[in-house]
Design a protein around this ligand. Sequence first.
Ligand SMILES: [Ca+2]
Ligand SMILES: [Ca+2]
Length: 184
Amino acid sequence: MINMNIQKLIVIIIALIIISMSIFTFSPYVIGIFHSVSQANSSQIPAENETTQESEQTIVQTAVCKGNARCFDGIITKIVDGDTLEIDNIPIRLALVDAPEYNEEGGAEAKEFVSSLCPVGSTAKVDEDDGQTEGSYGRIIAAIYCNKITLNAELITNEFATIYKEFYDVSEFSNEYWAKDYGC
Ligand SMILES: [Ca+2]
Ligand SMILES: [Ca+2]
C-alpha cells in the first residue's frame, strides 16, 4: 500500500518536473505573445493627449471641402509666412490671401498670427481652390481649416493680410463672406 503511494508520488513529481520544464522552455514565446497582444490593445486605447488630437481631427473632418479638387487632412509641418505653409511637407498657398513676405513690414506679425492659430503640429484640412488647380510656384492654392477656424478668413478679417484681388474672378472662394466683405 505504502509502496503504491510512493510510486504514485514519484510519478506525480516527475510529471510536475516535465510540466514546469516545458513552461520554462516555452515561456519566452508565451510572454512574447502576451506582450504583442497587450501592445496591440494599448495602441487601440488612446492616451489622454492622443484623445485631444483625435477630437481636433474630428473638428477638422467636420469642415466640408467645396468642389472636386484635392481635399485632404494633414499635419502642419512648417509655416513659411502669412500666406504660405506646409502640410505633410506639401507647400500650400492660401487662396485669395496676400500677406507681406516675411522680411517685409508686417510679415513677421502675419507669420506669428498663423502660428498662434494653427501651430506646427496642428491637424488641418486642405480644400484646394477648384478655380486655381494649376497652383502657384509648386504650391497648392487652397483654403485651410484648423482648430475650428478658416485660416484664410482669420488673416483677412484680422487684417494681417489683404485679398488677392487678381484672382477673385476665378477663385472658388470669391463668394465666401471673408472674401466679399474685404474686397471681392
Ligand atoms: Ca475645393
Ligand atoms: Ca505674399
